[in-house]
Design a protein around this ligand. Structure first.
Ligand code: ZN
Length: 85
């Protein structure tokens, strides 16, 4: 799957391929992203302003304001189910 990553502070973001995540915890829910917003938090990470406090490890896949469809669920998840599309 494609993702956008911070590969270095004060550098352009890079689009890269990473493995599709799979649930590793019984309560995991994997979402197929349909859209992702970029907020000031993302820019703070890119600028390295929280590098010491957040301990972000680079490369870092950016995006935390996402919307999409349930792609996979862990064995204990009961309140959502895999989307049919
Ligand atoms: Zn945000």
């Amino acid at each position: 799957m494609r993702c956008i990553q911070v590969v270095g502070y004060h550098r352009n973001l890079e689009m890269t391929e990473i493995p599709i995540p799979i649930p590793t915890d019984p309560y995991d829910v994997v979402i197929k992203i349909g859209g992702a917003g970029v907020c000031r938090t993302a820019l703070h990470i890119l600028e390295g302003q929280w590098a010491e406090k957040s301990r972000v490890q680079l490369p870092y896949t950016i995006g935390h304001e996402n919307a999409g469809w349930v792609y996979a669920i862990g064995s204990a998840v009961t309140n959502v189910q895999r989307a049919t599309r």
